[in-house]
Structures are given as C-alpha cells and as structure tokens.
Design a protein around this ligand. Structure first.
Ligand code: NAD
Length: 318
C-alpha cells in the first residue's frame, strides 16, 4: 500500500537538496528517501537536514539515504537527476536532451520495477523531453506523471509584472505556456490583475513606463540564465514549484496549474510534452485545458512543439 507521507527524491545536488529542505520545512512528508548516483552526497544531505529535526520549527520527519526499493510504497517520486546548463554554456536546455534521456531511461527502468502507484514529478531538463520519454516509453499511468514545466516561468512572469506595477505577484493572474525553456510564451489573453485585463494595467496601476510585452517575454526567459551565471545554478524557485505540486496533489486540491505532460491530442498535438493548464487531484492530472489562444499565441505553441520535437528526434526518441 502507498504511504501517503513518503517522498523519494532522485538526484540530490542543487535542485534535489533544495526540494528536500522545502518539503521538510513545509511539513509535506513524514518520510523522505534520497537517491543519487553519488550516494555520499545523498547521505550528507540526509544527515544535514536530519540535524534540523531537533528544532521546535521542525516536524520530526524520517529522512534517509535510500534505494529504488523505497519507491515501492512512495506517494511521490521527484526526479531531479542529471546535469544542468552551466554558467557560460549555450543558453538552451534542449542541448541536454541526449545525456538526460539516457539517465531518465535508466532511472525510470528502476522505478517501474517497484511501483506504478507513485505520483512522478519530473524536474530534470530538458523538462519536456524528459517528461515525454518517461510517459511514452514505459507502461506507467499517464495521469501520474507531470513535469513542473512552465509553472516556474509563470512565477517568474508574475514577479516581473509585479515589479513593473509595484504590487504583490500573487495579484497577477495568467499563464506562461509551451516549452519549459526558450519557447515558453505568455498567454497574454489570460492575464489580469485585480479584475483588470492586461490592456488596462498601465492606466490603473500607474506604471512609470509603458509595459513592453516583448521585453517581458524575453526577460522571463533570460532571467533563468542570469541566475545560473550569477550563482551557478537555479534551485530555490523550482523547489517552491515542486512543493506547490506536491501540496495540490496531497490535499486533493482540484487546483488548475500550468504543467507539462505528454500531449493527448490537445491542439491536435501528440508527439511532444508541453505545458498547458491542468487540473490536479489525488489521482494526478485529471483534466487538461485547451485555452482559446489567439493566432499569434497559437503560433508560439506550435513553435514550442517544433523545438521539443526536434530535440526528441535528436535524442533518438520516437
Ligand atoms: P547537478 O548536475 O548539480 O546534479 C545532478 C545530480 O544528479 C548529481 O548529484 C548526480 O550525481 C545525479 N545523477 C546523475 N545521474 C544519475 C542517475 N542515473 N541516478 C541518480 N542520480 C544521478 O544538477 P542540478 O543543478 O541539481 O540540476 C538537476 C536537474 O534539474 C538539471 O537537469 C537541471 O537542468 C534541472 N532543473 C530543472 C528546473 C525546472 O524548472 N524544471 C529548474 C532547475 C534545474
């Protein structure tokens, strides 16, 4: 039987350790098992976070280095294994396709020997390639696999717009959709703030400068590479995104968030994974929504499909 409080994290470097610590601090698990090719790293992270369990701020969570056997009764498996783009490298996550496809196949081969019940949260890049590979090459329930996708770009977008209007980013609604990467795009038609549509924001919120949509779109993509070039990697924003998905599923929230999954005919697409708004419950991804996109946004979604498909082809994925 599934232990609703158990989470396995695979890959315990920058991203995996940040996910571990946020899950622990938000008390979203009672047991966390850590797996890495480098088990010393997993052991070190397990010990370090366990030392915080003495604090009155901590729930006493059992955190330990693990093996794939731990997947057997896990409620969630978060996959963050495999290299990232490094500072100074070509700013395109799709370059990681061949390397990380191999790693995903090897990890998912191990997981499927143990379980078909855990909710899988994909984080490894190229996110849409990784999500597509594990969804289509293994006999695993599709509704139980999601990629964090453009939830992170959506958070970045809300932050950038909120800075422009000097307000709380949680007041900005709307989605970034498409590829997690250079072909993410703002679905401007979905954006509003305090009930005002995007075309009224400059007027009502007294921005110093007019909002330039192209700058916002470029900015929300570039900002990831800025973080990588400045601190070496990104991990805090993505860890928060993982927690958002864990909470939505654990608490059966029926919440709608943009996230990646292998497309099942939405917008006529079948050959890639991409992010669109999807409803999450304890069963996983129960509905996907085809937002009505104007022509120019539909064009951007097709461009994202082409890029992800080309990366899949390059990595030899059918
Ligand atoms: P990293 O290179 O620092 O760490 C990768 C870890 O994976 C290492 O500890 C390595 O030992 C481990 N690993 C490699 N192969 C493995 C295998 N077969 N089994 C188990 N462990 C294995 O990378 P990082 O900075 O922690 O980033 C991890 C991944 O997350 C990268 O692919 C990165 O691009 C991605 N990422 C995604 C998002 C997102 O929004 N989806 C955001 C940030 C980072």
């Amino acid at each position: 039987p599934v232990n609703q409080g158990k989470i396995v994290i695979i890959g315990t470097s920058n991203v995996g350790s940040a996910v571990l610590n946020k899950i622990a601090d938000f008390q979203l698990a009672s047991e966390i098992a850590l797996i890495d090719l480098d088990m010393d790293r997993a052991r070190g992270e397990a010990l370090d976070t366990s030392h915080a369990m003495s604090s009155p701020y901590s729930t006493n969570i059992k955190i330990h280095p693990g093996s794939y056997e731990d997947c057997k009764d896990a409620a969630f498996i978060v996959i963050t294994a495999g290299p990232s783009i490094l500072p100074g490298q070509t700013p395109d996550r799709l370059k990681l396709a061949s390397t990380n496809t191999k790693i995903m196949r090897s990890i998912f081969g191990e997981i499927t020997k143990q379980t078909k019940d855990a909710m899988i949260i994909m984080v490894t890049n190229p996110l849409d390639v990784a999500t597509y590979v594990v969804s289509t090459e293994f006999d695993y329930p599709r509704e139980k696999i999601l990629g964090t996708g453009t939830m992170l770009e959506t958070y970045r977008f809300r932050y950038i717009l909120a800075e422009h209007y000097d307000m709380d980013p949680k007041n900005i609604h709307g989605y970034v959709l498409g590829e997690h990467g250079n072909d993410a795009f703002v679905a401007w038609s979905t954006v509003n703030c305090a009930g005002f549509g995007i075309e009224h924001l400059d007027e009502y919120f007294h921005a110093k400068e007019t909002l330039r949509r192209e700058d916002v779109e470029k900015g929300l993509i570039q900002t990831a590479y800025d973080v990588i070039n400045l601190k070496g990697y990104t991990n805090t924003g993505i860890a928060m995104v993982v927690c958002r998905f864990v909470k939505a599923i654990l608490f059966n929230e029926h919440t709608i968030l943009p996230c990646a999954a292998a497309m099942k005919g939405e917008y006529g697409m079948n050959d890639v994974a991409l992010s669109i708004p999807r409803m999450l419950t304890r069963e996983g991804v129960v509905r996907s929504f085809e937002v009505r996109l104007p022509d120019e946004e539909m064009e951007k979604l097709r461009r994202a499909q082409k890029s992800v498909r080309a990366a899949l082809d390059g990595a030899g994925v059918k």
